[in-house]
Design a protein around this ligand. Structure first.
Ligand code: KG4
Ligand code: ZN
Length: 330
């Protein structure tokens, strides 16, 4: 039985999970309302809010799980990547609980949490696959040989896909976070109206780039009216999705993987889901999405990854530090 804490960015989250990823409680206190007034995340505000929210959230998770503190076998926290001052708080809280309860502590890579989230609770756990992680902070393609053995196939050179959604939304005067808003507006839009660049789609490698796309949207903004916004959203989204689908399938072919997984906040995107389903049906790849509750940042995915690591015999020394630039694979 694991209790995990996730504070890498702007969500304070605590979860209790057991066995092979059976989630007993997953509490997320979002800070979106607080950061919305600034149009993005302010690190200082994020860490202060984590501090205020952590204790009540831990109690809430234990109570909703119906589990007493002394029934927890080990305590886990996200060690990175993320905001240093936010990571520190979650790590310190989990270490404190571990010391108090005389139980082990385990540091988890946030990206491993995302990568393994499509397998959470599934019989047999993680399977060999090509995994796309698409979130506000990350866009990377990983070859998963087995739990704990990862190889980086490609990643973004500039903005993450979710970051591009958020920045374009901001350009269009839409609220933060922009992904869900663009997803919603795009449903009424024409995705062929604006021909935005599909950066690096034919680059021959598995890297991504989204900053040119954002600039292309910025350029047309002076020439559009309110009524054009759904078309801009749909056309922008289509450009992002085109690249993500093409590169992920290219990665799966390069790594010779039959299974494709998609995780992270952007995996909630309805157009992305439909296009991946169609592409994988055509190419014959099996497709697995992170469940919606495990897509945007949460602690259940950290608890599940921690359970996998714990079963592999791992624990983390208490003098270990967080790492804002922690990597998943070389
Ligand atoms: O995984 P996550 O919570 O944070 C990071 O680890 O970075 O992902 C948040 C990101 C935001 O950029 C948000 O705009 C995006 O996921 N997102 C979406 C959708 N829902 C969330 N992007 C596109 N379409 C959506 N439906
Ligand atoms: Zn994340």
């Amino acid at each position: 039985m694991a209790l995990a804490i996730e504070t890498s960015c702007d969500e304070t989250a605590v979860a209790v999970a057991m066995g092979h990823g059976e989630i007993l409680a997953s509490e997320v206190a979002s800070q979106i309302g607080i950061h919305q007034q600034f149009g993005g995340i302010v690190p200082e505000v994020a860490s202060r809010t984590h501090l205020a929210q952590l204790d009540p959230l831990i109690e809430c998770a234990l109570s909703n799980a119906g589990v007493a503190l002394n029934e927890i076998d080990f305590f886990a926290a996200t060690a990175g990547p993320g905001l240093a001052t936010s990571l520190m708080l979650g790590m310190a809280a989990a270490k404190g609980l571990a010391v108090g309860a005389r139980k082990p502590f385990l540091a988890v890579n946030h990206l491993e949490g995302h990568l393994l989230s499509p397998f959470a609770g599934l019989h047999g756990g993680a399977r060999p696959s090509a995994g796309l992680i698409v979130s506000g902070g990350h866009t990377l393609l990983i070859d998963l040989a087995e739990a704990g053995i990862y190889r980086l196939l490609g990643q973004t050179r500039d903005d993450a896909a979710g970051e591009a959604f958020d920045k374009v939304a901001r350009l269009l005067g839409l609220p933060y976070p922009g992904g869900p808003e663009i997803d919603r507006l795009a449903r009424a839009g024409d995705c062929a109206r604006f021909n935005f660049p599909r950066s690096m789609i034919a680059s021959g490698d598995l890297g991504f780039s989204f900053s040119g796309l954002k600039t292309a949207v910025r350029r047309i903004i002076p020439n559009i009216t309110e009524a054009d916004i759904p078309d801009v959203c749909a056309s922008f989204q289509e450009a992002v999705v085109d690249v993500l689908v093409a590169k992920t399938l290219a990665g799966a072919r390069a790594a010779n993987r039959q299974l494709v997984t998609v995780s992270g906040g952007v995996s909630c995107n309805t157009r992305l889901q439909a296009r991946f389903a169609a592409a994988c049906a055509e190419s014959g790849h099996e497709l697995l999405f992170a469940p919606p509750a495990l897509s945007t940042d949460n602690a259940a995915m950290i608890a599940c990854a921690a359970l996998v690591r714990f079963r592999l015999g791992e624990t983390t020394p208490l003098d270990s530090d967080m790492d804002p630039n922690l990597r998943l694979a070389a």
